[in-house]
Design a protein around this ligand. Structure first.
Ligand code: PSV
Ligand code: MN
Ligand code: MN
Length: 385
């Protein structure tokens, strides 16, 4: 059991700055009282989540939503709050120029502008000390014949190469894929295979980011996890839940069994420890629920799935697998999944000096009332912008 609790104690989950701001759908952005008005206030909120859960020590930034004059100062500010700055996310999807694409746009001027933004993000990483540059491209086409698929791949490869060559020794690219949306006919990085192929071409500092909401329904995500881990090219997760498309709901809320199966492959591949380089990030929007407790809930859901995956009896599983005992092998996994790990996690929190119930602790903390009073006038740039 100590191996299980040790692993849980070392677990790290990165929070997205944008999850704290207002968000919505294409139909309506709903505003909530007390949302952060600045990158500093997003960091304040993330630090609260970390203080209550003990496992969320870093915050991913999104540029330009989190643009500041002095990133080293922002990094120092985060440190003072007890957290650090994590991945830098780029934004080449919210500009008139990008209607027909960013780095794959047929117009070389627009491609230059988009690539310059990626390079600027690496400059920012130099100042924040971030390791990861997360790239998600909304690029694609809506109609057959609209543009040349092959040429767009060439343009993408050129922009990625330029960006890759700008990386420092300890920096890396996380190349995220998404099946569709906003493009509806072709997407230039639609799946893990495309991302993986570009990463292979680029070199060892390029790895794949799996956003759990970015697949066709029914896709076996844990297979992708196993494949990429084996190939040494899994860099990160963007965790969230979906029922239909890119729903960005709380991770583990729609299909906790899938989250367990993913974490089971992570444990199988010995990839949980932060030292092994996989970034476990959330990428969620809390359109109708209170944001900070929703993020706490998400962190707890990841912890619960992880604890269950750690409880899998690996020796018994291997024995059943090698003996061809299908039912016994499946039973080993199901026994772990069906274990109630909440008492174990509550105990672990008490041992770490935390409240065993982080959501109740948040409700009693008065923080929600405090930010509602203090941030009466604000809406920070983000999905709600
Ligand atoms: C858009 O689908 C998206 O949700 C991607 O998953 C990115 O990671 C995120 O936005 C932030 O750019
Ligand atoms: Mn994502
Ligand atoms: Mn998404």
């Amino acid at each position: 059991m100590t191996a299980v609790t040790d692993a849980l104690r070392r677990q790290e989950i990165e929070l997205p700055s944008w999850a704290f701001g207002n968000s919505g759908t294409r139909f309506k952005v709903f505003s909530q009282p007390g949302v952060p008005r600045s990158p500093e206030e997003k960091i304040d909120d993330a630090a609260v989540v970390h203080r209550l859960t003990g496992v969320a020590p870093s915050v991913a930034l999104h540029i330009p939503w989190d643009k500041v004059d002095d990133y080293a100062a922002l990094s120092a500010y985060a440190k003072e709050q007890g957290v650090r700055l994590g991945a830098i996310n780029t934004n080449v999807f919210q500009d008139e120029d990008y209607k027909l694409g960013s780095v794959t746009n047929p117009d070389p001027r627009i491609r230059r502008k988009a690539t310059d933004h990626l390079l600027e993000a690496v400059d920012i990483m130099d100042q924040t000390g971030s390791r990861d540059l997360k790239l998600w491209f909304s690029d694609g086409t809506n109609y057959p014949g609209q543009d040349d698929i092959w040429d767009r791949q060439d343009r993408l490869a050129a922009a990625l190469r330029e960006t890759y060559d700008r990386l420092g020794e300890h920096q890396r690219i996380l190349l995220e894929y998404k099946l569709f949306e906003p493009a509806f006919y072709t997407t230039d990085v639609p799946d893990w295979g495309t991302s993986y192929a570009h990463c292979l071409e680029l070199g060892p500092k390029a790895t794949v980011c799996i956003d759990t909401g970015h697949h066709a329904p029914g896709t076996n995500i844990e297979f992708i996890v196993a494949f990429l881990l084996r190939a040494g090219r899994l860099g990160a997760f963007d965790f969230n839940s979906r029922f239909y498309a890119d729903d960005d709901l709380m991770v583990g809320s729609a299909d906790p069994f899938q989250l367990f199966r993913i974490m089971n492959e992570i444990v199988r591949g010995d990839a949980l420890d932060p030292a092994n380089g996989i970034a476990f990030m959330l990428d969620q929007c809390h359109n109708i629920e209170a944001k900070i407790p929703a993020i706490i809930r998400s962190v707890m859901n990841v912890q619960e799935a992880t604890a269950k995956a750690l409880l899998v009896d690996r020796a018994a599983l291997r024995e059943a697998q090698q003996g061809g005992d299908v039912l016994a092998a499946n039973a080993v996994l199901m026994d772990a999944y069906n274990t109630d790990v909440r008492p174990l996690l509550a105990e672990l929190r008490i041992e770490q000096g935390l409240d065993p119930d982080p959501i109740a602790a948040y409700r009693h903390s008065g923080y929600a009332e405090k930010i509602t009073a203090e941030r009466a006038d604000g809406q920070q740039a983000g999905w709600g912008a």
